[in-house]
Design a protein around this ligand. Structure first.
Ligand SMILES: Nc1ncnc2c1ncn2[C@@H]1O[C@H](COP(=O)(O)OP(=O)(O)OP(=O)(O)O)[C@@H](O)[C@H]1O
Length: 320
């Protein structure tokens, strides 16, 4: 069963669709990266799923249970825009209040677990009014995590975090997905951070989900060619052309050979070694993921395009 399913989710304001018939589904353990330019509609989409904003049209289901407009689910934890923090309380008190509001059996223990997970440390006993941006962000994450939600919605979770915090949060999210099966939707402009944890991507452009792809598909799309550097270019080329008939080869002015097509680096190395061709270098040239997504946000490449919205969403009434 899907942990989260959105169908034709739409939010229109003064005739403009900030989110336009977005449908997506997450299995337990999925980490879904939402990518899009400023104003593309990522936060608005997350707010509707979280129950902060009533959709103009469309539905949200959590483990098969439909949520009404602006209905929050105890199975969803979220960090969207600025977290609601009481500055007069300490960090751990803020999280305890949230745990009590959720009716958790042992709110203090649940709060302690959440603040420990985000590495708030000693600061958790200080009043939140003195918190830095990064500490507020960690506290916001602890608020999202308390009660061990099955679905996490995180809007720019790396904002304000120092490099250590970024690493901690990233590995925490991967652990939650892998060990607890938490389904996570994460929007971020920090693409190289997303790249290290996301299992699937969704690209939002002008409110529409224009493309979806797996992490493997992105990796493949970002892998341009294999570069072989040898002292004997002509002989290396002859060996490779014989061994890999389906690949294409380009000899560069410095005699390096660029190989594109269905070829594995190890196999190339072994073929050259077997033919006693000395190899000086063998590496895969990859395109920067940021370049890839910038291109994608402006124009589609060879990825699975998401079909246009259904008629029901096109004519949807405001539910809120
Ligand atoms: N309360 C609101 N009233 C009117 N328009 C809004 C409101 N909230 C968002 N919008 C509009 O909806 C569109 C999507 O905004 P949203 O904040 O969801 O984008 P985003 O992808 O999260 O952007 P960013 O990356 O900058 O955070 C924008 O054009 C924005 O101006």
């Amino acid at each position: 069963m899907d942990a989260l399913r959105c169908t034709d989710l739409t939010w229109a304001f003064r005739g403009k669709r900030a989110v336009d018939a977005v449908s997506l589904a997450l299995q337990p353990g999925d980490i879904y990266g939402l990518v899009g330019r400023n104003g593309a509609g990522k936060s608005t989409l997350l707010k509707m799923i979280a129950g902060y904003l009533a959709p103009t049209a469309g539905t949200v289901e959590v483990f098969g249970e439909a949520l009404g407009p602006c209905q929050t689910s105890p199975r969803i934890g979220c960090l969207i825009e600025r977290p609601a923090i009481n500055p007069a309380l300490t960090g751990v008190q803020n999280v305890t209040v949230r745990a009590i509001a959720q009716g958790l059996p042992d709110p203090k223990e649940a709060a302690a677990e959440a603040v420990a997970a985000v590495g708030l440390g000693e600061a958790s006993r200080d009043r939140a009014k003195g918190y830095s941006l990064g500490m507020k962000q960690r506290l916001g994450l602890a608020l999202a995590l308390v009660g061990r939600p099955d679905v996490l919605l995180l809007d720019e979770p790396f904002n304000g975090l120092d490099p250590e915090g970024v690493r901690l949060v990233r590995s925490l999210l991967v652990r939650l997905a892998e060990q607890r099966g938490t389904a996570i939707v994460v929007s971020s402009h920090v693409l190289d951070q997303l790249e290290r944890m996301v299992t699937r991507y969704g690209v939002i452009r002008a409110g529409r989900l224009v493309a979806e792809m797996t992490a493997e598909e992105v990796e493949e799309a970002c892998t341009d060619y294999l570069c072989v550097e040898t002292a004997d270019g002509p002989r290396a080329l002859a060996v490779l052309e014989r061994a890999f008939a389906e690949a294409s080869f380009t000899v560069m002015p410095d005699e390096a050979i660029r190989v594109t097509g269905p070829v594995d680096g190890d196999a190339v190395g072994q073929a050259l070694l077997a033919a006693a061709v000395p190899v000086r270098g063998l590496y895969t040239h990859t395109r920067d993921i940021e370049d890839y997504f910038v291109e994608l946000m402006g124009g589609l490449g060879a990825v699975r395009q998401v079909p246009a919205p259904t008629e029901a969403a096109e004519g949807g009434e405001n539910r809120g």
